[in-house]
Design a protein around this ligand. Structure first.
Ligand SMILES: C[S@@+](CC[C@H](N)C(=O)[O-])C[C@H]1O[C@@H](n2cnc3c(N)ncnc32)[C@H](O)[C@@H]1O
Length: 375
């Protein structure tokens, strides 16, 4: 069948082709339904293209210039950002077509409305737009892993993956870590205020321990990660934040960092990525003080697939899990591959297997759940 023709009856699926005993729409409905899906697919293509244009606007500083106030002509925006007017004009039209900018009635000036200004100048939200960029750049590597079944270590991804992770998660930490998550933990805020030693495992570029160090000046923090380039960036970030005397970053796996009797061990969006999360939780038990607390901050997900399919974060969650979380786990010994949408029940099972008898879900956001585990 040519891509431009509507299907004939012979092209259409029969009842036997449909999974799960779904009812076949009537012949009269089906072409309309196919046309509807084709339009939906083009909507997805348009959204992906707009995401790429948002990344471009973010990289070139367009949103911050547009945020300064008056509507701008392409000439003015180009001048303000040191870019070429002809390119800028095309980009502005795309953003107006996508509904992010308003084109003024004169047709030559563009305005960033106030609510979009907040969204598009937020480094975490524009940083999230880099995530699909990473997926596109890594497609061949991921396709090859599908065929061989081999894993992909975190460090083998395009570096844009490390940038999107840092930017998106920094936003989550800024919004919730000190204000909501620490106060929700039993006695942890008090211990950090008095002075405690903390380890963050799979720390990446170290955003979480740096923010905790800023909030709790009496405490000391260690971040550990297998990915050396991330550890080097984390050290720079700690120095920039002026907390490097109390925050140290080292290359280490979740099975060999120093056991210092920590008051708190944290895994921020890292536990499900591990090849052996049960072993990692077991090691953490031996590295904690007797009355210490283990914290998992994990992606928001329901326990059952059916329930999770209505989770608005599930499409991006499963995509990240397919391209990043599951491959990293499969690249390591055990390769349990919990997946980024493991859900609370599966996480609790892993913690229980490692010997944590008291587990509480203490906080939720649209993107995260926070589990507290005590021995
Ligand atoms: C999704 S990133 C999260 C980074 C950071 N916690 C954040 O919130 O920005 C997962 C991190 O876990 C690290 N990682 C993966 N396997 C590890 C292991 N076995 N031991 C320690 N770190 C590991 C990766 O290198 C990566 O930096």
């Amino acid at each position: 069948m040519s891509t431009h023709e509507l299907p004939t009856d012979q092209d259409l699926p029969t009842d036997q082709d449909l999974p799960g005993g779904q009812e076949l729409p009537t012949d009269r409905d089906l072409p309309a339904e196919i046309e509807q899906h084709a339009l939906e697919l083009l909507g997805q293509v348009s959204a992906a293209a707009t995401t790429a244009m948002i990344v471009l606007g973010d990289r070139l500083g367009f949103y911050h210039s547009l945020a300064e106030g008056d509507p701008m002509t392409p000439e003015r925006l180009a001048e303000a950002t040191g870019t070429n007017e002809r390119y800028v004009r095309e980009w502005l039209c795309q953003q107006a077509a996508a509904g992010l900018l308003r084109c003024e009635p004169d047709g030559g000036t563009f305005r960033l409305p106030p609510a979009w200004t907040v969204v598009l100048t937020d480094p975490a939200l524009t940083g999230a737009c880099l995530n699909p960029a990473g997926m596109f750049r890594d497609l061949e590597t991921v396709a090859s892993a599908f065929r061989t079944g081999e894993g992909i270590p975190w460090g083998d991804h395009d570096p844009i993956v490390f940038e999107t992770t840092e930017r998106f998660w920094s936003g989550q930490f800024r919004a919730h870590l000190v204000a909501d998550w620490i106060p929700a933990l039993d006695g942890v805020g008090e211990r950090l205020s008095q002075g405690a030693v903390v380890a963050d495992i799979g720390t990446g570029r170290g955003a979480a321990p740096i923010m905790l160090a800023q909030a709790f000046p009496q405490s000391r923090f260690f971040g550990f990660d297998v990915h050396e380039p991330s550890v080097l960036v984390a050290r720079e970030r700690a120095a920039e934040a002026g907390v490097d005397e109390r925050v140290g970053f080292e290359v280490a796996t979740c099975h060999d960092y120093p056991r210092n009797g920590y008051a708190l061990i944290t895994f921020f969006d890292a536990f499900h990525d591990l090849g052996d999360p049960v072993g990692a939780a077991g090691y953490a038990r031996t590295a904690l003080a007797a009355d210490g607390t283990l914290v998992l901050v994990e992606p928001q997900a329901a326990d059952d697939l059916e329930a999770n399919l209505s989770n608005p974060a599930a499409p991006i969650g499963y995509a990240a899990s397919t391209t990043m979380c599951t491959p990293n786990s499969l690249s390591q010994p055990v390769g349990l591959a919990l997946g980024g949408q493991a859900g609370e029940r599966r996480l609790r099972e892993a913690l229980a297997e490692a010997g944590f008898s008291r587990v509480r879900r203490v906080a939720d956001t649209p993107f995260n759940m926070v589990l507290e585990a005590r021995q």
